[in-house]
Design a protein around this ligand. Structure first.
Ligand code: 3PG
Length: 209
């Protein structure tokens, strides 16, 4: 998975966007996703234990492709790579963040929400980007319109996508996967209800028509 030349976008139809509050939840959570057929985690840098969670998954669950999300600064990108992240995702981008992401040894999906931002990302060498926040920024109608002017760019839309709306995104030619937090509900993680997470992961196999 994610060998040289491989694309983050082609790993799984739904990339789990994960928030971890307790480092000890990281490995069982990642293993549950993998057991459900989703061996990928975008671990967001939104809690104090996020880097530790990335480190633990990289060390103890090597069958899972661990990435870091919510990267907004070059320093966070460096720290995530150092912790073992194999891909990086940002919610948005600046020219300096794009340049930094492009200089790293792991692939990145920079965040975009407008045509100008997609063009800026492409200028920096990225033809695969995140579309965030997808539902709030125009959803499938936006992506359909972008396909006619920038047909060479592929997207991972995230933000507000649900199991009900995911199939309409995944049916678009310029969408390879979607991201979502619904695979790892806070209450399931807090209760250690890994069976529920296995089931939610397994259900994503049905979403690509
Ligand atoms: C992200 O960073 O991609 C979003 O927080 C995921 O959005 P969702 O929680 O609406 O799925």
């Amino acid at each position: 998975l994610l060998g040289s030349g491989g694309s983050v976008l082609d790993l799984v139809p739904v990339v789990p966007v994960v928030v971890v509050d307790r480092a000890e939840d990281a490995v069982p959570l990642a293993r549950a996703l993998a057991a459900g057929g989703v061996p990928v985690v975008e671990l967001t840098l939104r809690t104090p234990v996020a880097l530790e969670a990335i480190r633990l998954i990289a060390a103890e669950a090597p069958e899972v492709v661990i990435g870091a999300g919510t990267i907004t600064t070059p320093a966070q990108a460096d720290a995530a790579v150092e912790a073992g992240a194999r891909f990086l995702v940002s919610p948005g981008a600046t020219p300096s963040l794009l340049a930094h992401l492009g200089s790293l040894p792991v692939p990145s999906l920079p965040g975009t929400a407008t045509v100008s931002e997609v063009i800026a990302a492409r200028e920096a060498g990225f033809t695969e980007v995140k579309f965030f926040p997808a539902e709030a920024s125009g959803g499938t109608a936006y992506l359909g319109a972008v396909a006619s002017v920038l047909p060479d760019v592929r997207f991972c839309p995230t933000g507000g996508i649900t199991p009900a709306s995911a199939p309409s995104y995944l049916a678009l030619p310029n969408v390879a996967c979607v991201g979502g937090s619904w695979l790892t509900p806070k209450d399931a993680v807090a209760a250690g209800d890994w069976d529920r997470i296995i089931a939610l992961a397994a259900a994503t196999a049905e979403l690509r028509g």
